[in-house]
Design a protein around this ligand. Sequence first.
Ligand code: NAI
Length: 433
Amino acid sequence: MDLRSLSPAAFCEFLAREGVRRFYLVWDEAAGRVQASHPAVEPLARLLEEDRRDFDRHEGVFVQVASETGVLQGAFVHRTCRGQGAGGVRYWRYETVESYLRDGIRLARGMTHKNALAGLWWGGGKGVMARGTGLGSSDPAVRRRIYEEYGEFITSLQGCYVTAEDVGTSVEDMTAVFRCTRFTTCIPPAVGGSGNPSVPTARGVVRGMEAALRHLGRGTLAGKTVAVQGLGHVGEPLVGFLAEKGVAKIVGSDIDASRRELAGRFPGLDLEIRIVERGDNSILAEPADVVAPCATGGVLSPQTIPTLQAPVVCGAANNQLEDPERDDALLQERGVLYLPDFLVNRMGIVNCADEQYGYVADDPRIERHLGDTWDNSIYNLSLEVLEEAKRSGRTPARVALDLAEERSREIHPLWGHRGAAIIGSLVRTGWGR
Ligand code: NAI
């Protein structure tokens, strides 16, 4: 049976038949291969091992079928030199097991780079749950149980991965996670958390846009036209911040008709909202100064890149390039300045990652990422990356990635390579068996 092409729901049935409730795929450095906890999932270990695009010796992939709700739940840990793997949990629909696994490993790797570039002492990790497996989440009690079971799962991982909110998950859902594990951030302020990270994320994206325009000698955002794909948790406040910067016009698109209501919310702003079909990326071809993908990943591809008219692409969506190397090169050929997501969308994780250290009003440790006095702020680091790209002929994404790779291998000054030690211990003590 070709496991990779099974739907996640059929995969859950397969695991049940094989008597596998939880499994892991762990990188074995000494053997130079991926070790699977159960023979039944060996083909997935080989899939990762043979992949040259997304798999990058991820320290550990852990998956379970939740025992009560039946949802396929995973934790993907990429690299933990700087600290435990940190990144949000996504609840999303996948066609196949392969697309589920690929999304997890790509997102986890992206978190490694994002956290390292932001200077956070955290490694890279991501949670992914597959919509359409187990019980549906429309009943609030069931939904709560899905996230509680996710929290129990994270507890079982002993802290190699610390979860947070992501697409498809709300801050309320995080309360349910928190009830069952201490290894989470992004919990509501009422229980000591930092709440919704989307507003700071939008502020950070604005700083990236400002750096790009300055680098190109195009001045500030005032009077510019910006196209925003996705008017959700990040896209909506982004519109507000851009309005404050004096943009002349914003064209926004969403697949959710209820987002039309935004039109009345910004008096005096020339805001055009288009409701489109899922998969309609025509907003990216808008004749704007900046295009901001703030919906889903993979939207920059050989289909869309030739249609781009804006000189700058800078948005919040994770993994905007369908194929990182190919599409980065295509963007450069097209003469489009692309600021990579992991450089400009860091504020979500910056806002929540260090919740356990408490809060200070207008926290300087957070605000410095948004200013222009700290050399590692989004604005200054973006300028530095763009200048280095121009000087070296590399793309900005390449420059940022090389820097992120280097930083991500720095070992945590107090805790060493703790995540890897935890994963080693999980394997030794028979996790999943
Ligand atoms: P969200 O789910 O609240 O908003 C996404 C919006 O995009 C929704 O309104 C959805 O209807 C819309 N959408 C989906 N497909 C679309 C399409 N083809 N065309 C137009 N609109 C479409 O998600 P959120 O939190 O705003 O995040 C947006 C992106 O930014 C995601 O890729 C997320 O991973 C990334 N991100 C979010 C952070 C945060 O703090 N929320 C932090 C870092 C990254």
